[in-house]
Design a protein around this ligand. Sequence first.
Ligand SMILES: *Cc1c(COP(=O)(O)O)cnc(C)c1O
Length: 355
Amino acid sequence: MSKKLFTPGPGNVPQLVRVQLSKDIIHHRMGDYQKILFKVTDKLKNVFMTHEEVMILTSSGTGAMESAVVNLFSSNDEVLIINTGFFGQRFIEICQAYNLKVYSLDYKWGQTFKLQDVIDMFANYPNIKGVFVTYHETSTGVLNNIKELGDFIHTKEALLIADCISGMIFHQFEFDNWHVDCALASSQKGFSLPPGIAFVALSEKAKEKLSFSNLPKYYWNYQKYLDFYKKGQNPFTPAISLILALDVSLDTILEKGISNIELEKYELRKYLEMKMQELGFELFIKDENLRGNVLVPVLTNKYDIPKLVRFLDDKYNISVSKGQGPYANKMLRIGIISDFAFSDIDELVSRILEF
Ligand SMILES: *Cc1c(COP(=O)(O)O)cnc(C)c1O
């Protein structure tokens, strides 16, 4: 029996995609692969809403985060990280690992950023070369407003780098219109694939910076990916099976339409929030306008969270995530990225009642 993944990624992989994953692969230096790479990239452009090509890397999301840092910046560059949780913190750590000069705006978990704080940072540090933000912060469930940020950063020299790894697909995202310079996503969240590949879009403004970066890079060198893409190839052996499966998954996504997926997940979230409150859990994010449709974070004094998680997983094959960082044992993060119906939520609730 397969497990129900109420986790914020990976989620369950749809049957259609699993069928594709069971098939044989093709060779990545042949013509049929070239056709597929062009086709898949065009579909990715529709998802990112961009005219730029979208690169496919072989890594989980964090590899894509690191790739943005090593390609777009140089040692001692000043960068600003909008830190609204665990994944904002990860950008801080990556930038520090490469000796960038890191400023951060650190917000309380469960809150979003204030644009005025960003404006003030630029007034105090006019040499900021890049701003990093997390679209949907998976540790807290907060959805940050990228458009608002893009409208401001666009007026500056700085680049805007957005980690859209869990937010994309579940929420409209408009790379070109929102003036994002580098957007990152990965296969195991909204794209309904197993983990293993990541996607990166770059604006013209970002591409112009590539040749100035002095940080060490080889496998992650974006210029190689852009050059090889012209030939319909990847510079190194790509995760061929996952790319073939991505083609199938993107068809489902684009046929359904992102706005419909967003609405479907919204309705699932509202239902889950209601049910969890009935069980005596407290919603972590008080402001409805900040809540993303990716997971429902809840708090409780009534249940022992680590025990509950183990009970559901061991006894009923239902995997639910605990909190991260300071909330590791206090929060339940119930992901709704798998293709669930209301009845799946009812099942989860009835199992929690048995605990
Ligand atoms: C899942 C996720 C990541 C990437 O984590 P990996 O485990 O490296 O795939 C990064 N940022 C956010 C917001 C995420 O949800």
